[in-house]
Design a protein around this ligand. Structure first.
Ligand code: NAG
Ligand code: NAG
Ligand code: NAG
Ligand code: NAG
Ligand code: NAG
Ligand code: NAG
Ligand code: NAG
Ligand code: NAG
Ligand code: NAG
Ligand code: NAG
Ligand code: NAG
Ligand code: NAG
Ligand code: CA
Length: 585
């Protein structure tokens, strides 16, 4: 034992804990990890493999410029091992990053992934380790940490890999957490409560909600950004813009829609009381800005070269887009208005929602067809794949839009909801076990998200509110929600990211610290701490308003908005999805 370790041990003893503190290198051995694995039979139906254990120390790794945690330098013990489900011929790999014993703060963080990835290849783990948390990730049993669900989704023609779907849906993270809590307690030889957290965005946000809904007893705090929940709707919604182009027979030059976005930002920026290039109130934009005023405005984009990733024929090669010089057309504005209204079926019933005004029209981006010399529909392989692979069970991303209508898109949504209601849909709105456990949720969503509608998160909050507190008046139910579940919109922010077109917007980078303060110290995040990560106020602090309060600057010299109650604005986010017979949570 080295001198410094003995001193640390003596200090720990003085502080009243019996734990002997060893150094990272002393603790981080295969034998010590094997000894700390949960004993056989701890978890019904799961068998851990002691033989599979690996352990290595990692020192002084620095992370800077991250979106979801501040700059940090960490040391950790990198541990991997596998387990299998009894009777199933499978193997799931887990990876845990363990802080040095002296840095461990009785915390555990589960991390998730994005798109069809169940993990983030370790990029989310530092956001736990830096706070003295063991951070874990899983490969879901898909074969490796970089194997995505879509690549192993089909077992054969039209044969669904259901175990993989359920693992992705919620089961793998639940097991990662269950095993991780016990392993953590054993590794650090503590019987103290292990504060257990989750943090993720997009698919990672959906995974967070999957845990709130189906493993509510395991967590103390869940941080979920822009969640891809309501999966059947969310995935098919990515096709809505392409279908609208076909149905309306108008294929906007990308430059035209880019111009529309710029004009919208310019017109709506001041409506929030502060002219900073940031649309903090897309609700006021919707109420007060008429897109028709953009008709006739000139646009110009020089010739450019881009990657061709379209579903139909896109081969990942480079494609040259011609220079675009024109004026915003009535057809372009009509198409944009159709999109902004959200998907309606042929009876005019509402099936889904779109992105907020000011967000980019990425789903509507057309491609140049150099044989016809015209702009054409561009299905990205990801969005087509939801239909071809996950709904039609075909091993292809080729999707034809011939004969496809708005009713077809609605049917895709219903089909997805029905097929994956108990795995991917992630809309079990009764959160009683989580709530009764006293656990907390920080949920945030970019006001200008171009990939998952901001309104999707607000509709989910409202669903939970009405299911959990059905007998209360609106304000009373919001007060009841505030004690444990808060939703914040992020002015100007894009999808789980800052927004190049609105660089003066903030981002909530310190959510883990805020959650720790809420769970462990009872500090309620009445507003959400956020930081300017780009733009004129780089490094400065601001606060995000908690729904249903909305940001407004009565003092435009302040970086921090007032949080106001504005019924007309709230009402723009209240949706009635009457295209469905079942409630859409
Ligand atoms: C871990 O599992 C063992 C059984 O193997 C149990 O005795 C122990 O209480 C568990 N510890 C925690 C922290 O869950
Ligand atoms: C890590 O960095 C610290 C401070 O720069 C240094 O003292 C220490 O030796 C480094 N440790 C390793 C293992 O590189
Ligand atoms: C963690 O361990 C696994 C298994 O040995 C290895 O593949 C991975 O590269 C390690 N990661 C780091 C950061 O050391
Ligand atoms: C899907 O197609 C690819 C080639 O395009 C092939 O490698 C793979 O085996 C196919 N998968 C199934 C399940 O048929
Ligand atoms: C899958 O279907 C295709 C086309 O029907 C057929 O050529 C192929 O042999 C089938 N593959 C398997 C593994 O059944
Ligand atoms: C674990 O801690 C207990 C006291 O809490 C102590 O008696 C025991 O020796 C420790 N075990 C190890 C392996 O350090
Ligand atoms: C939109 O504004 C950005 C700067 O914010 C600019 O780079 C881009 O060229 C503009 N697009 C069009 C079509 O004018
Ligand atoms: C938007 O402007 C157009 C053209 O001036 C007009 O026809 C339309 O009624 C306006 N829409 C709203 C909602 O005011
Ligand atoms: C069309 O673009 C492809 C590459 O995307 C190129 O190979 C081909 O020569 C082009 N054809 C014409 C007529 O420009
Ligand atoms: C765009 O077209 C207009 C009118 O046709 C013309 O005056 C202008 O020079 C063009 N701009 C560019 C950059 O080619
Ligand atoms: C709800 O609370 C807001 C202030 O947060 C207040 O302006 C509004 O009048 C209240 N509504 C009702 C119905 O009490
Ligand atoms: C809030 O964010 C600022 C930077 O904007 C940071 O310095 C501060 O530590 C954060 N507070 C919490 C509680 O994380
Ligand atoms: Ca503004």
């Amino acid at each position: 034992m080295s001198y410094s370790v003995r001193v640390a041990g003596a200090l720990a003893a003085l502080a009243g804990t019996a734990r002997a503190v060893s150094s990272l290198s002393e603790a981080c051995t295969v034998a010590k990890v094997q000894a700390a694995l949960p004993a056989d039979g701890t978890f019904n139906g799961l068998s851990l493999s002691a033989d599979s254990v690996t352990a290595n120390t990692v020192y002084n790794v620095s992370y800077t410029g991250q979106t979801f945690f501040p700059d940090t330098t960490i040391n950790y013990c990198n541990v991997t091992f596998t387990y299998s489900h009894d009777g199933a011929d499978d193997e799931v790999q887990l990876e845990y990053w363990l802080p040095a014993p002296a840095d461990f703060a009785n915390r555990f963080l589960t991390t998730g992934g994005g798109a069809y990835d169940i993990n983030s290849q370790g990029s989310s783990n530092p956001g736990g380790v830096m706070y003295g948390a063991v951070a874990g990730m899983t490969d879901g049993g898909f074969g490796s940490f970089d194997t995505a669900l879509d690549s192993i989704f089909l077992l054969g023609n039209s044969s669904t890999n259901w175990p993989a779907v359920y693992m992705f849906g919620y089961q793998a993270l639940r097991e990662l957490t269950l095993i991780g809590q016990n392993f953590t307690a054993n590794f650090y030889n503590t019987s103290d409560h292990i504060y257990t957290y989750y943090q993720g965005c997009s698919e990672g946000g959906r995974e967070g909600w999957s845990q709130v809904q189906r493993a509510g007893d395991l967590y103390d705090g869940v941080i979920a950004g822009a969640p891809a929940l309501r999966y059947g709707q969310q995935q098919a919604n990515h096709l809505f813009a392409a279908v609208a182009e076909v149905v309306e027979g108008y294929y906007p030059p990308p430059c035209e829609f880019d111009k529309l976005v710029n004009l919208t930002i310019a017109a709506c920026d001041p409506l929030d009381g502060k002219t900073d290039g940031v649309v903090s109130r897309s609700d006021l934009c919707q109420l007060h800005y008429n897109l028709s005023s953009a008709i006739g405005e000139p646009y110009y984009c020089a010739e450019s070269t881009t990657m061709d990733i379209s579903g139909a024929g896109g081969d990942g090669g480079m494609i040259t887009l011609p220079a675009q010089n024109g004026t915003v057309s009535a057809e372009g504005v009509a198409l944009a208005k159709t999109l902004l209204a959200g998907l309606h079926d042929s009876n005019g019933k509402k099936a889904y929602i779109y992105y907020q005004m000011g967000a980019e029209y990425g789903d509507a981006t057309t491609t140049w067809d150099n044989t016809t010399e015209s702009w054409a529909v561009d299905l990205t392989s990801n969005s087509a794949e939801w239909i071809t692979l996950f709904l039609e069970l075909k091993n292809t991303t080729d999707l034809s839009l011939d004969g496809v209508t708005y009713d077809t898109v609605k049917q895709w949504m219903i089909h997805g909801m029905e097929q994956y209601y108990d795995s991917l849909q992630t809309t079990l709105a009764d959160l009683t076990p989580f709530y009764e456990n006293g656990a907390k949720i920080i949920h945030f969503h970019g006001e200008q998200d171009p990939s998952i509608p901001t309104g999707s998160s607000i509709h989910w909050y409202e669903s939970v509110r009405s299911v959990m507190f059905p007998d209360m008046q609106y304000n009373a139910s919001v007060a009841a929600m505030n004690d444990w579940y808060r939703l914040y919109t992020v002015p100007g922010a894009a999808h789980c990211a800052t927004n190049d077109l609105q660089p003066n917007g903030p981002f909530p980078q310190t959510n883990m610290q805020v959650m720790i303060d809420w769970v462990e110290n009872g500090i309620e995040p009445v507003t959400l701490n956020a930081t300017f990560l780009t733009g004129d106020y780089l490094g400065e602090n601001t606060q995000l308003c908690s729904w249903p309060l909305r940001p407004y600057w009565n003092d435009n010299t302040s970086l921090i908005p007032d949080c106001v109650y504005d019924q007309a604005s709230i009402d723009t986010f209240m949706y009635k999805f009457d295209a469905y017979k079942l409630p859409l949570y």
